[in-house]
Design a protein around this ligand. Structure first.
Ligand code: RP5
Length: 170
């Protein structure tokens, strides 16, 4: 990354979350946003999680994106140790196909919000875009890159539509 200071921290509960949370990193790379990835568990390494979350602001991080599965307490625990915006990503899979993680992350009690995304890779991608939108409030370069990202997305759909019309012609 061009900047050494990570603007976004991607934290996940286990390395088994990496295939999903890598999607977050890919979009942040595309948008030119510096980030750091960490593994820390709310249940297996609670002290490490507290220290990590407490140190985010001093490290210059502006947004935390936190992914976890099953009884997914990690996003809420991170949020309890920082006033930075925290975006939660529920992992899919498990016995309840990610519904357990979704409910664990989204049902935060008043006072400690977590902006909860959809389950799995869609949520992981949207977490990166939402983080970029937060940073874009005070960063015109990020805003411009977001606009270009949207325009490319629109163009890709239009091109697919055109190719479909072409294939369907007699
Ligand atoms: C959660 O438990 C992690 O976020 C992960 O999604 C889930 C399972 O972890 P592993 O047993 O695969 O390490 O804490």
């Amino acid at each position: 990354m061009a900047e050494s200071r990570p603007r976004v921290a991607i934290i996940m509960g286990s390395d088994s979350d990496l295939p999903t949370m890598s999607e977050t990193a890919k979009i942040l790379d595309e948008l030119g946003i510096s980030h750091v990835m960490r593994i820390s568990s709310a249940h297996r390494t609670p002290k490490m999680t507290a220290a990590l979350a407490e140190g985010l602001e001093d490290a210059g991080v502006e947004v935390a994106i936190v992914g976890a599965g099953l009884a997914a307490h990690l996003p809420g625990v991170v949020a309890s140790f920082t006033t930075l915006p925290v975006i939660g990503v529920p992992m899919g899979g498990g016995g309840l196909q990610g519904l357990d993680a979704l409910y664990s992350i989204v049902q935060m009690p008043a006072g400690i919000p977590v902006a909860t995304m959809s389950i799995g890779k869609h949520g992981a991608k949207n977490a990166a875009i939402l983080a970029a939108q937060i940073l874009a409030l005070n960063d015109t370069a990020v805003r411009e890159r977001l606009r270009a990202f949207r325009a490319a997305q629109t163009q890709a759909v239009e091109e697919k539509d055109l190719s479909l019309i072409h294939i369907s012609e007699p």
